[in-house]
Write a protein that binds this ligand. Structure first.
Ligand code: PLP
Length: 392
């Protein structure tokens, strides 16, 4: 008999009842060190006092009005995002995939309004991940996402992440935009090289097409910059965010320049919940903490410490781990043994991590995790490696 919850998730046999900072506690009081971070969501850890206060205060005031009316917390968060980024304007959503939907609709409308309604195609990269709606599985194109769900949506052209010439060759007079994750997340933590990022910007400028970044996983301080693309020195025309911005409350956003957003007017797009007072009250406090030079430099410092420890771990366990890659607190540990075995062995050590593509184990901890906790994670990973080696 089918479970009462649609069985689309392969869940670990773990149930948590409480969270404190970088720790999750199960019903038996066992404490797990959380290096999964709710898949890059819990940027300030669990039950952060400032987030608890923000959500509690808002809950006693007003939960929801819809976008029929002005929402002061939404305005506040939009102003913070605009002042901190390339963007001039923001559309709020409840998830990453919805932020991406807005981005693609906006890109098409941009060209339509410019008198080029045939410019509809978005160039995307193999092994990318942009969410689970029909359009976003079509955008990513990987068989593991699309199989059985056809017909897929037209309007996406898939290219490998290799040279800029490959991308250039895919541009035609129906191309509307290029879409990329500055660090591919689900694909196994693959950072896009700065030169490639710059090359994409140049191609878009040359052809009058829009550059869209999916920073749903890599954004909001995760790499030690507020947004990952800042490392490359270029900016997009449109950017989708989610995950970290809500700190655990469902919240996403599509950010854009005034030029790219020119086609979006009253009635073009909408969402009942998007930018709701509860979500924006939390998002606004997340921004106050993360959009801070000291906070971000601490993220980089701590990430450097973690990185060094992981390099050591790879060196001492060459038959278990192959390499470490990623930026900041977005780390991929490429495994020689099956990555899901490493994640599972972690559960026995009360350590949480996330499997990713290319046989990678992802470490996506809270950005305010301490050095002592990172050392604890390294020590537990060392135990995992010893146990797996003994079983080889
Ligand atoms: C998680 C993720 C998404 C989808 O976000 P949802 O909130 O699950 O809809 C899209 N793109 C990237 C890069 C992601 O990591």
């Amino acid at each position: 008999m089918i479970s009462t919850i649609l069985p689309t998730y392969a869940r670990a046999p773990l149930t948590f009842v409480k969270g404190e900072g970088s720790w999750l506690v199960d019903a038996n009081g066992r404490r797990f060190l959380d290096m999964a971070g709710g898949i890059a969501v819990n940027v300030l850890g669990h039950a952060h006092p400032a987030l608890v206060a923000a959500v509690t205060e808002q809950a006693g005031q007003l939960w929801h009005t819809s976008n029929l009316y002005h929402i002061p917390k939404q305005q506040e968060l939009a102003d913070k995002l605009v002042s901190a980024t390339f963007a001039d304007t923001v559309f709020f959503t409840n998830s990453g995939t919805e932020s991406m939907e807005c981005a693609v609709k906006m890109a098409r409308k941009y060209h339509y309004e410019l008198g080029a309604p045939d410019r509809v195609d978005v160039i995307t990269f193999e092994n990318a991940f942009h969410g689970r709606t029909m359009a976003m599985i079509s955008a990513a194109g990987q068989e593991k996402l699309t199989k059985g769900f056809g017909p897929l949506m037209p309007g996406f052209v898939h290219v490998p992440y290799d040279t800029i010439e490959t991308v250039a060759a895919a541009i035609t007079d129906t191309t509307a935009a290029i879409l990329i994750e500055p660090i591919m997340g689900e694909g196994g933590i693959v950072p896009i090289e700065d030169a490639f990022m710059k090359g994409l910007r140049a191609l878009c400028d040359e052809h009058g097409i829009l550059l869209i970044f999916d920073e749903i996983q890599c954004g909001v301080g995760r790499t030690g910059k507020l947004f990952a693309h800042e490392w490359s020195g270029i900016t997009p025309d449109i950017m989708a965010i989610a995950k970290g911005i809500g700190g655990g409350f469902p919240l996403g956003a599509c950010l854009a320049t005034e030029k790219a957003a020119a086609g979006m007017v009253a009635g073009s797009h909408g969402s009942t919940y998007g930018g709701n007072p509860m979500a924006c009250a939390v998002g606004s406090v997340v921004m106050d903490h993360v959009d801070n030079v000291e906070f971000l430099s601490e993220v980089s410092q701590k990430a450097g410490h973690l990185r060094q420890g992981l390099e050591g771990l790879v060196a001492s366990h060459p038959d278990i781990f192959e390499t470490v890659r990623g930026t900041g607190m977005m780390i991929g540990l490429k495994c020689k043994v099956t990555n899901t075995d490493v994640v599972k062995a972690g559960y026995d050590e009360q350590l949480l991590s996330v499997p990713g593509g290319d046989n990678v184990v992802r470490l996506l901890p809270a950005l305010n995790i301490t050095i002592a906790e990172l050392d604890e994670a390294l020590s537990r990973l060392d135990n995992v490696a010893h146990k797996l080696k003994a079983a080889l």
